[in-house]
Design a binder for this molecule. Structure first.
Ligand SMILES: [Zn+2]
Length: 240
């Protein structure tokens, strides 16, 4: 089996923000996002959600593919990113915080990060109707490592249950809140029935990657075009 590199991009909010915004790195402007998707298309990549990427990660399919993920479920993903993804016939996975749907990024507020609306139930349905996927990002976006076993079990298992009941679709993809995980959490994610889990470990995924700790490539406010290309096409991220 060949060891194909399969980059998985990690986005959060797709919105234009001012330079002085706290944690502006979480935001990519719609213009920049559109240009990045255009670059991928021009390079011959097909942008895929994690579930559509899985056969490639398993070595069952080969091709020039790249994973596209959005953490947290911002409303601006639907407004600003979904139309661009559709334009290029790409799919993507948006990881939702099941008990914060229709609310805002409550977990960021004590860090001075501005409030941003998260998609409500109808908007998530629209996202799904665009042919885009959703995944689980826990119930409340808390630091799972700090919780008791009962609590983190609820966050992991019941997020899946919440989303499956709300949207009547099977949820197979998890994303660790704050990218934090340990062996106990990995076991729990597996036991809950998830097939993949993404982290904030930097690097390009491959057919050799453990599917329950997939590395990703952060794309943020400061990712200029040359860096975007280096992150995808070179070993730039792999040793970080
Ligand atoms: Zn998050």
């Amino acid at each position: 089996m060949n060891n194909f590199t399969i980059p998985i991009l990690m986005y959060h909010s797709i919105e234009s923000v001012s330079r002085s915004t706290v944690m502006k790195s979480l935001h990519v402007s719609p213009r920049k996002f559109a240009f990045q998707m255009w670059i991928l298309k021009a390079l011959g990549y097909k942008g895929l959600s994690i579930s559509k990427l899985r056969p490639y990660l398993e070595g069952k399919k080969t091709g020039k593919v790249i994973g596209i993920t959005f953490d947290d479920g911002y409303q601006n993903n639907l407004i600003n990113a979904a139309p661009i993804l559709r334009k290029y016939n790409f799919t993507a996975t948006c990881y939702l915080v099941s008990r914060r749907i229709g609310s805002y990024n409550t977990w960021d507020i004590d860090k001075g990060i501005p409030k941003r609306p998260l998609m409500n139930q109808l908007e998530v349905k629209e996202w799904i109707n665009f042919g885009l996927d959703i995944g689980a990002h826990s119930q409340t976006h808390t630091l799972l490592e700090d919780l008791s076993e009962q609590e983190f079990q609820d966050e992991i298992f019941n997020c899946k249950v919440d989303l499956e009941e709300m949207f009547n679709i099977s949820i197979t993809d998890f994303c660790y809140p704050f990218g934090r995980f340990n062996e106990t959490l990995i076991d729990m994610v597996k036991e809950a029935g998830y097939i993949t889990a993404t982290t904030m470990i930097r690097g390009r995924a491959s057919t050799q990657s453990n599917k329950l700790k997939l590395p990703r490539i952060p794309i943020n406010y400061n990712t200029l075009t040359h860096l975007f290309l280096a992150k995808i096409l070179t070993k730039y991220e792999d040793k970080r």
